[in-house]
Design a protein around this ligand. Structure first.
Ligand code: B3K
Ligand code: ZN
Length: 886
């Protein structure tokens, strides 16, 4: 496989102006007639026309109605000597029912779906399958009416009717030009929830959510999320819905979360279907984000798209930022907004920071790839969103909105680059740090790796001043040995030892006001002196996580306890607790003598008790503070990782919190157990989350004491629960404490929900992700794979068992006997033959193998080498494992 390089970009030799597609849909043999109008691009030197194709059967090629001579070069159809403008007709067939890759046209539960991003359209017809070729599409779908009563494609339905022999047709015209990756069709037996809405600008729209007949009662939340999305984008950024009809369709066989095809978003059922009996609060909140995300792509992605796939974060980073802002703006108060911010940062730090430190590290705008599907990463998405967020911090919220307006005015209908985006935000804000520092700021796009920011504070009593010094650095990443300094916005506040916020007054300033101010770091080393301070302050650095960096500051325990008790910035208040917990974990991991029962000191336990009993703090915030850093996050702080030890120490910490805070957990549970009639709002879901974590600790404490009272109550709660959140939290408390009652609860859960695929996914995933006790999880996982409900071909099901074990259960995967790695390599190889995208995702589970202690390190390497040695590997998996070994 060859690498594609960003610097090799050149404009296409031809443009495609119009595309007329006619499909005769048949699962075994679908015929596709593709009639296009093309013209030579006068701006590039003449070249043959090279159309991309993949697994197509070619029947006929006509140029201006005449049989044309063409040749095949690898997967490309090449035509020499063409006029400057011409009509090209291509007839092909394909076999959707055998399409297990779920790219291109495939069948899921007797319904046709497509997935074209990034390079799936070439599996439907020969095309210039690149995002800078934008065309107008007219699509005619023909199929048996009884089997495929609903026929959908992008845009507006302009004609439909019956055909002979029980067939019918529908003709769709998309009023907007688009790249091929945004094409979609759906055909099958579906029903829709419909809603007519009037936008703020008075325009009327039809919104539809299509699902299978039995699922209509689970579409209300997705529809409400869609309505909120339409209203929000218009209110916050002045971006209206530009279509008469906007459709969402759900499928249970999907490689990722959802896809933003113009006017016809296709979703994984996981991000559409919800009712209180089957979906948890987390599901409701994910649905809101993903529905928002795909809708917001209608502007950031569809109206303005990417010039080439290296610019992927142009649409993904921006759209994640937009969906994060949307979810925050829907919150009723600042505390709920902060909870959302903490959750987003937790994802960034547990998933993206390791990526940035591992063999797959790449810049937000990568320089090369072998398989673009491998670059739909947390770096492109989540770090990309942080880069956009820093721009907002540097120009202010209003300034950022001006920048967005300019960006869409300038580039509507175009395929552009990350540079174009940053330039528009800067140009709309000429008198800001962003505009002044733009070339340096853009290093966030070009340099990979997570910067480290070391801070050091010195108080001088004589001058009542406090000097904070910062030194930034960034470790080498593949292909980038050295890095230049980044622009780092640092939100800072100062607290007194009593926790009061102090005025922040820089040397040379007449006065200071208490609160947060933003320092903009640009050099490798930098110093700030604050004056008017009667005593040494406690610095609250990087409030709200104002930059995606690792902050090193040698806080004393006392300072962290002050921040945890009083920082008005909820992010740093939470962060102080995480730092204390991390410190205790690392101490226990490094000192064998401490690895035993009680890793936490009394001050930490008391601080957790104060949070748990705090009269003002929200339940959702308490739950975040009381959740210890994950094993993955703890492991990232270590140079050499013994995953068994990390697991043992974290479990010991949980057990200690369970026992030491027993009465406090009881109180928290009793106060929050009843949340009344179910609504998934932040306040009541926060209370359910706190009741859930309380129950888990009460069951863990029971495990230590041998008492059966709380496990019994938990089983009862499991049986009586009025919603899935409470029911699943109770089940999970029994499973994660390893209590004997877990078995009957699991059996009952399966019995109740055996016809609810998404709930059965939870049932599998809970078991495969449970804490390992003496190596019991791997045999269980193998057992689960033999369950009649298991199928490796369904991505959600494969993820619920195989990924829950390999990617989310380090204490169970990393076994001294290497059996976990052998299992992993077998599954990567098995999946690679079915679905390379899913296989390549799984392949990433051992990304961090080189940090492992022996014997894990050698055994993991051997397993990766075993996969890499396979001769018939997909490009996807090949790229991941060879990078892991290099
Ligand atoms: N743009 C799609 C992701 C497509 C992934 C292709 N392998 C979903 C999203 O980010 O909204
Ligand atoms: Zn997206």
């Amino acid at each position: 496989p060859i690498a594609i390089r960003r610097e090799d970009y050149s404009a296409p030799a031809y443009w495609i102006d119009t595309v007329e597609l006619t499909f005769d849909l048949d699962p075994a043999k679908t015929r596709v007639l593709n009639r296009m109008r093309l013209r030579r691009n006068p701006e590039v030197a003449p070249e043959p026309l090279r159309l991309d194709g993949d697994e197509l059967n070619l029947a006929r090629v006509l140029v201006d109605g005449q049989g044309a001579s063409f040749r095949m070069e690898a997967d490309q159809l090449v035509i020499d000597s063409l006029p400057d403008a011409f009509e090209l007709e291509i007839f092909t067939t394909c076999c959707p029912v055998k399409n297990t890759k779920l790219m291109g046209l495939f069948v899921s539960e007797d319904t046709f779906f497509t997935q074209c991003e990034a390079e799936g359209f070439r599996r439907i017809t020969y095309f210039l399958d690149r995002p800078d070729v934008m065309a107008s599409y007219t699509v005619t779908l023909r199929a048996t009416k009884a089997a495929y009563p609903v026929l959908l494609s992008n845009g507006n339905l302009v004609e439909h009717g019956d055909l002979p022999e029980g067939r019918h047709f529908a003709k769709w015209v998309d009023p907007f030009r688009k790249p091929s990756y945004l094409f979609a069709l759906v055909a099958g037996k579906l029903v829709a929830r419909e809603q007519h809405i009037k936008a703020r600008n008075g325009r009327e729209h039809l919104l539809q959510v299509y699902v299978r007949a039995g699922d209509l009662d689970k579409t209300e939340h997705a529809m409400n999320s869609l309505i909120n999305s339409v209203l929000w984008d218009e209110a916050r950024f002045g971006l209206p819905l530009d279509l008469d009809r906007f459709m969402i369709v759900a499928t249970s066989d999907f490689n990722m979360g959802a896809m933003e095809n113009k006017g016809l978003n296709i979703f994984n059922t996981k991000y559409v279907l919800a009712n209180q009996a089957t979906a948890t609060d987390a599901d409701y909140s994910n649905i809101e984000s993903v529905v928002g995300h795909e809708y917001f792509h209608n502007w950031s992605g569809d109206r303005v798209t990417c010039r080439d796939w290296f610019q992927l974060s142009l649409k993904e980073g921006l759209t994640v930022f937009r969906d994060q802002e949307f979810s925050q703006d829907l919150c009723a108060d600042a505390s709920a907004r902060a909870v959302k911010r903490i959750e987003d940062v937790r994802v960034l730090r547990t998933a993206q920071f390791p990526e940035d430190a591992g063999p797959m590290a790449h810049p937000v705008r990568p320089d090369s790839y072998i398989e673009i599907s491998n670059f739909y990463t947390v770096t492109i998405y989540e770090k990309g969103a942080e880069v956009v967020r820093m721009m907002q911090t540097l120009v202010g919220r209003k300034g950022f909105e001006r920048g967005i307006t300019l960006y869409f005015e300038r580039h509507d209908g175009q395929a552009v680059t990350c540079d174009d985006f940053a330039q528009a935000i800067a140009d709309a804000n000429p008198d800001t740090e962003l505009a002044r520092l733009l070339p340096q700021f853009k290093r966030w796009y070009s340099q990979a790796g997570t910067p480290r920011l070391a801070a050091h504070g010195v108080y001088d009593a004589a001058s009542r001043s406090y000097t904070l010094s910062f030194v930034q650095s960034c470790p080498p990443t593949p292909g980038q040995a050295t890095k230049d300094p980044f622009v780092i916005p640092v939100n800072l506040g100062l607290l007194g030892a009593d926790g009061r916020e102090l005025p922040v007054q820089l040397e040379g300033e007449a006065e200071g006001t208490p609160g947060t101010r933003t320092l903009v770091l640009t050099r490798a080393g930098e110093q700030y002196t604050f004056i008017g301070l009667d005593a040494e302050p406690v610095p609250s650095i990087l409030r709200s996580f104002s930059a995606p960096v690792i902050l090193d500051y040698a806080y004393s325990d006392a300072q962290l306890l002050t921040l945890l008790a009083s920082d008005p910035d909820p992010f740093n208040r939470w962060e102080a607790g995480q730092r204390l917990a991390l410190r205790a974990a690392i101490r226990a991991i490094n000192e064998p003598a401490l690895a035993g029962e009680q890793p936490l000191d009394e001050a930490f336990v008391d601080a957790m008790r104060s949070v748990l009993r705090h009269p003002q703090l929200d339940a959702a915030f308490k739950e975040l503070v009381l959740t210890l850093p994950s094993e993955t996050y703890i492991a990232e702080q270590l140079d050499v990782v013994d995953p068994q030890r990390v697991h043992a120490v974290r479990e010991a910490m949980r057990a200690q919190l369970a026992t030491a805070l027993f009465a406090d957990w009881e109180q928290a549970y009793e106060q929050n157990r009843d949340t009344g009639a179910y609504t998934p709002d932040p306040v009541s879901s926060g209370r359910r989350a706190l009741a859930g974590i309380a129950l888990t600790h009460l069951c863990l404490a029971a495990r230590a004491s041998g008492d059966n009272v709380w496990p019994g109550k938990t089983l009862q709660r499991f049986k009586d629960a009025g919603n899935m959140t409470d029911r699943f939290n109770a089940l999970s408390a029994l499973v994660s404490s390893g209590h004997a009652l877990a078995a009957q609860a699991l059996a009952r859960f399966h019995e109740i929900f055996k016809n609810e695929a998404l709930v059965i996914d939870k049932w599998f995933s809970l078991q495969a992700g449970a804490p390992d006790r003496g190596g019991d999880i791997l045999p269980l996982v193998k057992q689960l794979m033999k369950h009649p409900d298991f199928s490796i071909k369904n991505p959600n099901r494969a993820r619920s068992v195989i990924f829950s074990y390999c990617s989310a259960n380090p204490g169970a995967l990393h076994r001294p006997d290497a059996a976990g790695y052998v299992f992993w390599s077998d599954r990567v190889i098995e999946l690679d033959a079915i679905n390379p995208q899913v296989a390549a995702r799984l392949a990433r589970a051992l990304d961090r193998w080189s940090k492992l202690a022996e014997p894990y390190r050698s055994a993991a390497r051997e397993a990766i080498a075993r996969v890499a040695a396979r001769p018939d590997l997909s490009k996807d998996t090949h790229e991941v494992v060879t990078r892991a070994l290099s």
